[in-house]
Design a protein around this ligand. Structure first.
Ligand code: URP
Ligand code: ZN
Ligand code: ZN
Length: 467
């Protein structure tokens, strides 16, 4: 009888802290041994010349989320988790959105029903708190945190989602009591609405004005306010999808004061700019997301945040809409004003190749920082470590094998999502995940889907290591 189900042989392993060469013995979905001459296995995977890394964890993903009348998100759980696997991810953390007047428990039931039996990689839901009633604050949230939904996102912008400062304080207080982690979308809603009205009155309605309506200062102000509110309550916060230096410096300053303030940035803030929103014929709608991509100086600032630890996680903020589709970016109202163009871009499969190529291959970060930013820190931040996010005896065998030498241009067909475009079309990347394994089972090998949907399951989480 074989000692292991699978042995990954001859690869170079990197974790967030170490780099070493050895074989990995996998049994029952777990890493069972790290060493040499591990003996027999049912399957031996040759990883010579390859990197063997913890599978990516993407802690900021939107799937099957209601997005306004007549608008449909391009990914369901099947296509979203498939795309995640093609991009070297083994766990994603989508949001369960509470709508106004809806119970959170009810919302969660619907999301579980959508995900059940559909997933290729593991999933774990965050909660979006849009209606913090007494019942939600006093009963539902504490019970849901106890059940393993240990993080919630709050919005400072978007109609129907934005919370007042008082409401943010209330949610943060529950997070403090229950040791949950609060994620904040920080943009000043009143300022955005004021600027949007003014732009529309001046006839400036093309997608490019989306960026004008949400300048860095609205993000900086809200970031400062979110941090201040968290300081009042004395609770850790994660400021998500940070796009520019001013917001990044707010986070750095808080960290230097000793506050538990964390930051996330995303690929769109490293390789896109607001110029991408300029295209004619609604081409610019492909890049409409919030906060919007900025300029080259902002890209440099985001790299600095990743290199210096101001940002601890690098996520995709995958929020896919089809472009050439009246239920997507070309929704009829969107042609009348950028205000109505669905916000969000796909990126779950492109996230890791972009950071590997632009970061590791170009020498901006080393391979260990890459692993920390794409897997380990997500696991620690959101209560999955050490079960996930590393390669260690006893951890889930969630592994991505990377060929560091492949160079190719990103194109939508490689990414296998439900959208009809990628905002990163044509970007040349070096390094590609050639095999993705979730709990010991190969899901993607050499560009072919081998996994079964339904193998991916929901994972209840512990409290954040930082809460
Ligand atoms: O434009 C974006 N980012 N859409 C997704 C929703 C969010 O704010 O994260
Ligand atoms: Zn957001
Ligand atoms: Zn998002």
């Amino acid at each position: 009888m074989s000692s292991f189900d699978t042995i990954i042989r001859g690869g170079r392993i990197a974790t967030a802290s170490d780099t070493f060469s050895c074989d990995i013995g996998i049994k029952g979905g777990l890493v069972a041994a790290l060493g040499y001459d591990l003996g027999q296995a049912d399957e031996v995977i040759d990883a010579a010349g390859k990197w063997v890394l913890p599978g990516g964890i993407d802690s900021h993903v939107h799937i099957s989320q209601p997005s306004g009348e007549g608008i449909v998100m391009a990914d369901d759980f099947e296509s979203g988790t498939r795309s995640a696997a093609f991009g070297g991810n083994t766990t994603i953390m989508p949001f369960c959105l509470q709508e106004k007047k809806q119970s959170l428990r009810e919302a969660l039931k619907l999301y579980h029903a959508k995900a059940e039996g559909e997933c290729y990689v593991d999933v774990s839901f965050h909660l979006i708190v849009a209606d913090p009633t007494e019942q939600v604050l006093g009963q539902e949230l504490p019970a849901l945190v106890a059940d393993g939904y240990t993080s919630f996102k709050v919005f400072m912008t978007y109609e129907g989602l934005a919370l007042s400062d008082r409401e943010m304080l209330e949610v943060m207080s529950v997070a403090r009591e229950t040791r949950a982690l609060v994620m904040v979308h920080a943009e000043n809603d009143d300022a955005i609405r004021f600027l949007t009205d003014r732009l529309e009155r001046a006839g400036k309605t093309a997608p490019s004005f989306h960026a004008t309506s949400r300048p860095p200062i609205v993000e900086r102000e809200a970031t400062h306010r979110a941090i201040s509110l968290a300081e009042i309550v004395d609770v850790p916060v994660m400021i998500v999808h940070v796009s520019n230096r001013e917001a990044m410096e707010e986070i750095r300053r808080a960290q230097q004061k000793g506050l538990k303030v964390f930051g996330e940035t995303c690929p769109q803030y490293l390789v896109l700019t607001e110029k991408d929103l300029d295209g004619l014929n609604m081409e610019g709608a492909k890049y409409v997301c919030s906060p919007p991509p900025r300029d080259n100086a902002s890209q440099i600032a985001c790299w600095e945040g990743l290199q210096q630890g101001v940002f601890s996680v690098f996520s995709s903020d995958h929020c896919p809409f089809r472009h050439d589709d009246p239920r997507g970016k070309l929704v009829p109202k969107g042609r009348t004003s950028f205000r109505w163009v669905p916000n969000g871009i796909p990126g779950v499969a492109a996230r890791l190749p972009i950071l590997f190529s632009e970061g590791v291959v170009k020498g901006r970060i080393d391979i260990n920082r890459f692993v920390a930013l794409t897997a380990t820190n997500h696991a620690k931040m959101y209560g999955l470590y050490p079960r996930k996010g590393t390669i260690a005896v006893g951890s889930d065998a969630d592994i991505a094998i990377w060929d560091p030498d492949v160079t190719q241009r990103l194109t939508h067909s490689l990414l296998r999502d439900g959208s009809d475009y990628t905002p990163y079309e044509g970007l040349e990347v070096t390094g590609w995940p050639v095999l993705t394994m979730v709990r010991g089972r190969v899901v993607v090998r050499n560009g072919r889907l081998e996994g079964q949907k339904g193998h991916g399951h929901h994972v209840a989480r512990d409290r954040s290591a930082y809460a």
